[in-house]
Design a protein around this ligand. Structure first.
Ligand code: MN
Length: 241
């Protein structure tokens, strides 16, 4: 059987007018046995036509999300936003979830999944976090380095995939999950209480992580398991073993 086709969203550089993606994402999909197809910055109605050809979806990292998509006005510490990308990815995510197509969300992707399904995020952790001391989530270290610890929920897909109760992850985010969407449960946390992983118990594979496994898997083999989880769920959906 041919490899499952995984749609991978791209970032869009407004100045250069270029859809772009770090190779760590698509190399990981190939390494995990899938065939990545990059989804450029096209209109959402057109992009939805891709669904007849896709077996799985990967929502990648990037800039902040337009707070209007979760019913808030922008706060001063909100960073760069691209409402066009948000709207495209929200449509893709909702369609995938509706069809129970496997979805993996990374960094911005976990936030996007939560917003698409009715949840909210902190627009800026440092100015909005009120639950005690915050760890450093915008690490100043090599991008593959695990700068903080993450603890996994015992009964979760994440613990099944990663095979450990605790792990060190990299961290490049100033936004994070606030109110969970009804379909998701939190399954990973940083020591300060920030949600670092979510999944839907009512879907075959809908998992999000706040860290960047695509920058770690070449040095930390277990990080590839997240991509393997997406690919094997996509193979099953396609009708394979
Ligand atoms: Mn973090």
């Amino acid at each position: 059987m041919s490899s499952p086709i995984i749609g991978v969203t791209c970032d869009y550089d407004v100045e250069k007018q270029t859809s772009q993606l770090h190779r760590g994402y698509y190399d990981a999909i190939v390494e995990a046995g899938g065939l990545p197809v990059l989804i450029p910055n096209i209109h959402k109605e057109k992009a939805l036509e891709l669904f007849t050809s896709l077996d799985g979806l990967l929502l990648t990292g990037g800039n902040d999300v337009e707070p209007g998509f979760f019913g808030e006005a922008p706060i001063p510490k909100l960073g760069f936003i691209n409402p066009f990308r948000d709207s495209l990815e929200i449509s893709l995510c909702r369609q995938a979830m509706k069809q129970d197509m496997p979805v993996l969300g990374i960094c911005r992707g976990i936030q996007l999944m939560n917003i698409a399904m009715g949840g909210t995020i902190y627009q800026d952790l440092e100015s909005q976090w009120t639950s005690g001391k915050l760890y450093k989530h915008s690490q100043q270290a090599p991008d593959w380095y695990g700068s903080h610890e993450v603890e996994l929920e015992k009964d979760s897909k994440l613990i099944q995939l990663l095979g450990v109760e605790k792990l060190r992850t990299n961290s490049f985010h100033h936004q994070a999950i606030k109110k969970l969407a009804p379909c998701f449960k939190a399954t990973a946390w940083c020591g300060d209480g920030v949600v670092e992983g979510i999944e839907s118990p009512s879907h075959t594979f809908a998992v999000g992580v706040q860290w960047h496994p695509e920058k770690m898997w070449q040095r930390d083999e277990k990080m590839l398991a997240l991509f393997k989880g997406l690919v094997s769920a996509s193979i099953k959906r396609k009708g394979g073993l």
